[in-house]
Design a protein around this ligand. Sequence first.
Ligand code: ZN
Length: 306
Amino acid sequence: MIFDLHCDTISRIYENGGKLEENNYHISEKKMLKAGSLAQFFAMFVDMGSVDDPYLTCNEMMDVFDSEVAKSNLINKVTSSDDINTSNINAILTIEEGGVIKGDMDKLIHFYNRGVRSIVLTWNYENEIGYPNYKFIHQHKGLKPFGIEVVKKMNELGMLVDVSHLSDGGFYDCIKYSTKPIIASHSNARSICGHPRNMTDDMILKLRDKGGVMGMNFCSAFLDGSNLSKVSSIVEHIKYIRDLAGIDVIALGTDFDGIGCELEISDFSKMDMLRVALEKEGFNKEEIEKIYYKNALRVYKEVVKK
Ligand SMILES: [Zn+2]
């Protein structure tokens, strides 16, 4: 089974058309079925630099998500932790860009009511919540006062605070103010690949102490800076993080349909390639299951309400 904490497939379908059932993208129902998907976070990724009204665009994307999921007998939209069912692919609605709420707590509640259970607080732009880690320009800036209120409200509602893309200072504020585990849905280890999207050793340890997880991102820029996403590079990050912080902090956040590099794991149907590579490196069954779905499921169940 697989619990993947990040993909941009719905944004692709929204922009370029196609169906969730089967398509030429990295993720489809058929590919998820083949790979053994248990749960998939579907991010509504909104690029604030290219849309007029991010709130409106995000809602339109959710309409696409809802209609694609409604067509499927296999994919089930889940909004509570009790809904996760092993005979379905459990689809969880998330947002990548907290700017879609435009500094308005009522809009956060609106999205909660539409089923959103996790928000990546920033993408690559500053917004009302905080600052991105884009090119390290705002590395040490923390959350804005509204951002601290958003974290508290998300705790109260039962939504996962996602710190991928956020400034390092914002990350530490999430650690400080969140009363629940937080996630970095699609970020790797900065000691292995020094990209601002990745996490320092100290951040990984703090994330672990908070009970959270980080999803391994398959984008080569965050693996080794090359143009090819190699299975061996993903394994290298996993080994490093395990040795640093233990197995319980590691999950998967493929970033499929949000990345343009060449990929050895060329789509979701080939997810078993990573499992095989981990076995060769001596990872046992329990460790691999924790990485593939158990750790993410643990955090989801702890934060999202029944
Ligand atoms: Zn992203």
